[in-house]
Design a protein around this ligand. Structure first.
Ligand code: FAD
Length: 318
């Protein structure tokens, strides 16, 4: 890749080489990304994607790295970082509470226009501040809104698809498009954005006004449930596997006798078998081997092949 060409495109953003990815993933593992680029504006992002795609160069979009396993050898392509970094267009949040005479909103509606890098927790706090309801069950997800849109992230009966109004995205050719909710074809932890390789730049979320005390109570309840059930004290990527139809991954893993089972520093959580954790000093290879082992054992005991929900980047053996 010619860095002089990249510097012409990325004038305000950041360009790094060989950036260690363990700094950017919730598993706290992963080798270096050959190039690590943080565009500051939508124009820079679209230009970068046009350049990389046009030259057949591989890239990967990073949010908060909370659903991601990067190999120990790292990634030879370009990581495009849109996540949680102040000072870029992707962390800006606009709010239309209907008070502007030109607002198109109906009575009681509040619209959040969030850059892809806004953290779910930050949006949750703003929603509470503006007495906007609909985001309470999602605000504990430790990712950015862009990743949550393409994964149709969900928790406690709610999913992103319930509140997305529209999305601004960059296509693999580097075109900027606006897509209304109806065109996004959401499924369980999937969307047409994911299938088509679109990059989410911004998302409009439509919330409803509610009593602030009730919103606060619901947020506290969801946070307490997470704290009670999930091993939040260890690095992980949340539920490692998708929920198979008609079953729960954690229950199947427990029934296969794998509670607490460890390979190197990677372990099936004692607290919640659906979480594989880094109990200290794990490598990506440990976690990967444990994922494969769990898949094999559950297939043997229950006849169900668990599918990882966690995204993998780079090369893994076997
Ligand atoms: C403790 C813990 C609890 C969790 N609980 C939940 C839960 O309750 N529900 C749930 O659904 N998930 C949960 N997760 C998983 C994770 O937080 C979500 O999947 C989250 O939506 C991922 O967002 P991210 O920004 O971290 O994405 P990343 O991990 O950075 O990326 C995930 C995928 O999204 C893609 N991506 C990221 N940003 C963009 C973008 N702007 N445009 C296009 N593609 C993009 C990446 O390329 C990658 O394929 C949990 C994780 C942890 C660690």
């Amino acid at each position: 890749m010619n860095l002089n060409n990249i510097r012409k495109i990325i004038q305000r953003g950041l360009i790094l080489e060989r950036e260690p990815m363990d700094r950017h993933t919730s598993f706290r593992v992963g080798g270096p990304a050959r190039y690590f680029i943080r565009p500051a504006t939508l124009g820079e992002l679209a230009g970068l994607v046009r350049y990389l795609s046009g030259n057949g160069l591989p890239y990967f979009v990073l949010g908060n790295g909370s659903n991601l396993l990067v190999s120990d050898a790292g990634y030879e392509g370009t990581v495009i970082d849109l996540g949680k970094n102040d000072g870029t267009e992707f962390t800006m949040l606009g709010i239309d509470d209907g008070s502007d005479p030109e607002s198109q909103l109906k009575e009681g509606e509040i619209l959040f226009d969030a850059g892809a890098g806004c953290l779910m927790s930050a949006i949750g706090s703003f929603a509470k501040q503006f007495s906007a309801s609909g985001f309470e069950c999602l605000s504990g997800i430790p990712g950015c809104i862009g990743g949550a849109c393409i994964m149709n992230a969900g928790a406690y009966g709610g999913e992103m698809k319930d509140i997305i109004h529209s999305v601004k995205a960059v296509t693999p050719e580097g075109r900027i498009v606006s897509l209304p909710r109806q065109e996004l074809r959401f499924g369980y932890r999937s969307s047409s954005l994911m299938e088509q390789g679109y990059i989410v730049a911004r998302a409009e979320l439509l919330l409803k006004r509610d009593d602030p005390g009730e919103i606060q109570k619901r947020m506290e309840d969801y946070a307490a449930r997470r704290k009670e059930k999930q091993p939040l004290e260890y690095p992980s990527a949340g539920s490692t596997f998708k929920r198979p139809e008609g079953a729960f991954a954690g229950k199947l893993i427990e029934e296969a006798g794998l509670r607490g089972y460890a390979i190197g520093g990677a372990q099936v959580s004692e607290k919640h078998c659906g979480f594989l954790i880094n109990r200290g000093g794990a490598t990506a290879a440990d976690i990967y081997r444990l994922i494969r082992f769990v898949q094999e054992q559950v297939e043997k005991s229950a006849g169900i092949r668990l599918e990882p929900e966690v995204r993998m980047l780079g090369r893994f053996e076997g």
